[in-house]
Write a protein that binds this ligand. Sequence first.
Ligand SMILES: Nc1ncnc2c1ncn2[C@@H]1O[C@H](COP(=O)(O)OP(=O)(O)OP(=O)(O)O)[C@@H](O)[C@H]1O
Ligand SMILES: [Mg+2]
Length: 488
Amino acid sequence: MAFPTKTIENFVKAGYPIIYLVSSEEERVENAIKSMGKNIYGDSGKFSVWSCTEGFRDGSENLVKALDKAVEEQSKGFYLFKDVNYFLDDPRILRKLKDAYQRLRKSPKTIFILSHSVSIPLEVEKEMAVIDIDLPDRSETGKIFDFIVKTYTPESVQNTMKPYFKEAAVNALQGLGALEMELALRRTLVGREELGGDAVDALLEEKAQLVRKSGTLDFVRSRIDIDKVGGLENIKEWLKVRRLAFSSEAKEFGLDTPKGILLMGISGCGKSLCAKAIATAWNLPLLRLDLNQVYSEAFGSPEAAFRKAIKTVEASAPCVLWIDEIEAGITRSGEKSGDSPTSRIFGYFLTWMQEKAYPVFVTATANQIDLLPPEILRKGRFDEIFFITLPNQKERREIFRIHLQNRGKSPDSFDLDSLAKNTEGLSGAEIEQAVISALFESYSKGKELDDRELIIAASSIVPLSTTMREDISKLERWASNRAVKASR
Ligand SMILES: Nc1ncnc2c1ncn2[C@@H]1O[C@H](COP(=O)(O)OP(=O)(O)OP(=O)(O)O)[C@@H](O)[C@H]1O
Ligand SMILES: [Mg+2]
């Protein structure tokens, strides 16, 4: 969605005296409101901005007085208040807001409250129209791109622009705020002599860092080819059937955009690997949400942090959102159910999953199914629930092949069948571990890696399937009639 200019204008014209804008992009919102005021009232309209340090830029920082001023002043126009959220526990401020609501109802004046999160006390909830401001969409990003490239690169460099460059750059920038986009672009462009693949790569790196800084999301750049995932044929088939589902042709054909899948199962069998492989296979950006960070309160209240993350994800659409260990976010030890942040976020998440207006494919993973509430498993939320269990013999063979290949060894010089036969009970991660430690062993002995060394390494691993036999059979029983097997 673009900047909601029309929506805000409609509220203004309908005489709403107080409009609460939710955004962490102060500069972008301030500029937009300012030019909206110009459009509506022309040059005679006033535009004043209040902040807790500068007041109306005249040093008078008292909020009560500032609200009075906004109400009393004769000129029409807009009053934009920042930082008000810090004062909403003051009864005098609440009173002033209620008064302002009454007095400004029929006047050509609007008070805007700008805050990065929604925290409106019940007392004044009815008095405010709340408008959530999305991050810049593709067309707005395109304009920012044009402006920055024109302003900050010499013409000779602009002429080197490859045909795909603008689209790739705009894609890379989606999910950032307008100011962040400008800075990322300027940093990427500085001193560059050519606008091509390298610049796109640099821009993606800038974005990864900016997204990481915001705390709860990680823009995952590592790509995993689906051929590097051993076994799990049913998942692969499912993905293959839907690989074009995010194209506009698919929409025209009448296909629903896939919502997401839930991968459950035994640790080390390829859940995280699959999440990366899906994004790679569909050629979509991958954003990982860290629920532990959401709940840490290091990035504001859990609700605000979660909503902010969702905004970034939606602006990046089409994309894959990867939520690892979703059960950790849903049920937290020591917390009663009911009106806790976790249950509120979970409720918000379920609604969002169901009503998602953006092409965001959710890949959630879970290890502890008994912590998952039944609502999440209901049809309509995830398209499919896959159960990933220990690899069978054929799959182990493939996993050995993949990890030998990954480390530059030719799989043909090993007896893969016998390796697979002799490693029952090992997970993919354990097979990889066996390959790694066998390599160390043979290197230290000054000889080439061989079957014997691999078998020795594999047999010295105490597999999770032994130490956690109970849990695994419980998981398998649970999954038998609730989930689709990931393997054939
Ligand atoms: N099916 C597989 N094919 C190839 N490699 C695999 C497979 N399963 C696991 N591996 C290897 O093991 C590593 C760990 O697997 P992964 O992180 O996907 O496990 P997980 O199911 O997410 O486990 P956890 O529940 O502990 O997070 C992978 O990076 C990969 O190298
Ligand atoms: Mg994992």
